[in-house]
Design a protein. Sequence first.
Length: 373
Amino acid sequence: MVSVKQVASKADLKKFVKFPFTLYKGSSYWVPPIINDEMESFDPNKNPVFKNAEAKFFLAYKDGKLVGRIAAIINWLEVNEQQLKKMRFGWFDFADDLEVSKALLDKVTEIGKSNNLEFMEGPVGFSNLDKVGVLIEGFDHIGTMITWYNHPYYQSHYEHHGFVKEKEYLENKFLAAKADPKLFHKANLLIKKRYGLREMNFTNSNEIMPWVDKMFDLFNDSYSVLSSFVKITDVQKEYFKKKYISFINPEYIKFVVDSNDELVAFAIVMPSFSKALQKAKGKLFPFGVFHLLKAKKQSKDVIFYLIGIRPDFQNKGVTAIIFNEYHNTFTEKGIVNCIRTPELEENTAIRQMWKHFDPVTHKRRRTYRKDLS
């Protein structure tokens, strides 16, 4: 018999956050979060996403043992402004027991129906900057700090419970050595001259901060055409600015501006913290912070986190400027592997952008949908 309990205390929330540490114990591929950071992201007093969203967290028990978790989420911006009657769910982990996964999903169904929503989709987070998708291929590749990892049996649970594929995401990687400068160096010069553009590079985080709001505005403009996009609000901008920008190597953030110093394009790359997070085991102290700082300075793998181009400059070759700057930085730092974050299968423009780098699709992930009618 499975019992499901709603998280109602800090102790319960810590159990929610720490459950995957048990489920994936001994895995060479699962990348643990920092426990305190995860706790904070679920705190309505600290994460501004809760100004426009709500969430309930549930734990599943069987024979007195914790065997699963799920977050049931409603993003009211999505529901009210976009008129998308969607019930979200994420942070969905469970033992290989159909009774357990069903009991957790039933809680999400109840909440969705009680709020007159039309369908449920997951696994997703609160917004487009959260993790997304259940892994369906690539289980023998190490995860990243910005993706969920899961056991292979997850997919069969979704399908057994009547869920169907909603969206598919591809994860690709390529060797930095494949970035042949002949492909973009000359184009970089031509594009800059033709449109009066120039690159911006940074050496410290303070130089970046005055531009961050414009960067998020451009992010909203660039991605608004994609399905399931929910804009980043002003309060979220401030939150992400404080939480993440100082965490990223400033030389891994590239901007392109026009002759009026208006932002035309941006890109954010992060060093891979995967192995450092495995060593940290969920804790910054006493040694976790050391592993992360070492990775920030020395990691030879990088993750392409975001690229945004102003709509009126899309398809005009602006990426050549960005690639040229990254090639210079990566060569100087001896970067070996370039890993891309999950990209929607339907986003053909992004695939065209990378086609000359011989990318290899090493992971696939999916969100699943079920009607609530």
